[in-house]
Design a protein around this ligand. Structure first.
Ligand SMILES: Cc1cc2nc3c(=O)[nH]c(=O)nc-3n(C[C@H](O)[C@H](O)[C@H](O)COP(=O)(O)OP(=O)(O)OC[C@H]3O[C@@H](n4cnc5c(N)ncnc54)[C@H](O)[C@@H]3O)c2cc1C
Length: 423
């Protein structure tokens, strides 16, 4: 086990009662790091550990993905994306009035200066992602579920490649390592792709989770084995918050602790509203379909740029993940679009069979600036938050957990938290 670092005043960590709401990757990481420090942790999680958003994603530990959702190009392309039945974006029109405050902030975040700033804020957290994953997996004995093949982004057309040049520039400005590949080199690096791609870039420091469902189950088992308490009660709201303690309510009554951590993903907004805090958080919903492992198989997760589709080779088969659907968290899923991706995957991958094994929908918790919020809330010093990971929430979960646990334990943290604080 990694030795705990010193607290700010050099004294041992003061053991506290902590409630964590939400057991996705952000919450379970927080809960495990807190247990590691000797705190008493109660985790409220209504769902099953291996069914939620943190289980159904593409599993890329995407340390280079600092590009925010809001960019001048995304905003300019919205109309064409919306009218393309294969496009990367869908809006449930009935939800549009509720979505407007988030959408208008998204547009405000699409200026070149804001894009740079948001990318840097995101990159500031992503820089710590690999180290914190390694730490989490080493303390829970789950390291065998990840590897580091790099993320391969592939382009079929010259137009797509030209469009991506600014992303490459941003990655280079931020100091990320990128390898550019031509069509021959793509075939040498990835034998499982058909020779339809003209260009690619590889971010070699990206990792990959071979089975996110198993990882989430394993983390929850480790939490219980280490003395954590888990309840499936839904937290309805925060009923008291003062310098001494925090109380939350559930159908079974009230529960009080010295510290509260809200890591309820896209649902965090509802909980914070109960203490009058409005957060522009929405669900960028996404889908996956599982197909059988192809022959010869892929050795990297692949981002098929022009299709906004990820091909993620997992222990359980090939997972195809979709772009974004803007809708309420509880709207019924519409699997039409993700099913339309299957023929596109067949065009790209050698030896793939369209035998649908599983289909799924989840909710990326997304802020309009694509930057997660964490740390304690100004004015509610005993309440901590960790949400807004969006498209890289699986990557950032252990980092969110580590920072919040360090703050609760009174440790020094080695970077400026201000850009991530909830105001
Ligand atoms: C199709 C798709 C592909 C993706 N691919 C990637 C990827 O490759 N790499 C990457 O980094 N990210 C990826 N993501 C994003 C990533 O999965 C999410 O950002 C991340 O899982 C969010 O984790 P979280 O812990 O913040 O939230 P969640 O995993 O949603 O966890 C929140 C939990 O809180 C619980 N909860 C909510 N309200 C309450 C309440 N009131 N009481 C009790 N419990 C409550 C919920 O049941 C839920 O389990 C992808 C997402 C999708 C949809």
């Amino acid at each position: 086990m990694i030795e705990p670092r010193a607290t700010r005043n050099g004294e041992p960590v003061k053991k506290r009662n902590v409630i964590v709401v939400g057991g996705g990757i952000a919450g379970i990481s927080t809960a495990l790091f807190l247990l590691d420090d000797g705190h008493h942790v109660t985790l409220f999680e209504t769902g099953q550990p291996d069914k939620g958003t943190s289980s159904g994603n593409a599993g890329v530990i995407s340390v280079a993905s600092c590009v925010p959702t809001a960019t001048p190009r995304t905003i300019a392309n919205v109309p064409s994306m919306l009218f393309n039945p294969h496009g990367p974006l869908m809006i449930r029109w009935r939800y549009l009035p509720k979505l407007m405050p988030w959408l208008s902030r998204l547009v405000l975040n699409a200026t070149p200066n804001r894009v740079q700033n948001n990318a840097r804020r995101k990159a500031g957290l992503l820089a710590h992602a690999s180290e914190n994953y390694e730490h989490l997996l080493s303390i829970t004995g789950l390291s065998g579920l990840t590897h580091q093949p790099g993320l391969l982004t592939v382009f079929e057309t010259e137009r797509g490649w030209r469009q991506a040049q600014w992303i490459l520039k941003l990655l280079s400005d931020i100091g990320r390592e990128v390898e550019i590949l031509n069509s021959n080199e793509i075939g040498q690096v990835e034998h499982g792709l058909k020779p339809i791609f003209q260009h690619a870039f590889l971010t070699p420091d990206s990792g990959h989770i071979l089975d996110p469902n198993k990882l989430m189950l394993g983390l929850h088992e480790a939490f219980l084995a280490r003395g954590g308490v888990r309840t499936s009660e839904r937290v309805l709201g925060i009923t008291r918050s003062d310098p001494k303690c925090v109380t939350v309510s559930s159908a079974n009554g009230e529960h009080t602790a010295e510290r509260l951590v809200i890591t309820a993903g896209a649902w965090s907004k509802k909980l914070l509203a109960t203490i009058g805090i409005k957060v522009p958080l929405e669900a960028e919903r996404g889908y996956h379909v599982m197909l059988p492992t192809p022959e010869p198989g892929l050795s990297h997760p692949i981002n098929v740029f022009e299709e906004s589709m990820f091909l993620s080779p997992m222990n359980t088969g090939l997972r195809l993940t979709s772009g974004v659907e803007l809708a309420s968290t509880d709207a019924p899923p519409d699997f039409t679009r993700v099913r339309r991706m299957i023929p596109r995957a067949l065009r790209a991958v050698k030896g793939l069979h369209p035998d649908e094994r599983q289909i799924w929908m989840g909710c990326r918790p997304s802020m309009p600036d694509s930057v997660p919020r964490l740390g304690n809330i100004i004015g509610h010093e005993n309440i901590f938050v960790g949400f807004g990971g969006g498209h890289v929430g699986m990557t950032l979960g252990p980092t969110i957990g580590r920072i919040n646990a360090d703050l609760i334990s009174g440790r020094e943290i080695d970077f400026n938290l201000n850009p991530y604080k909830l105001q």
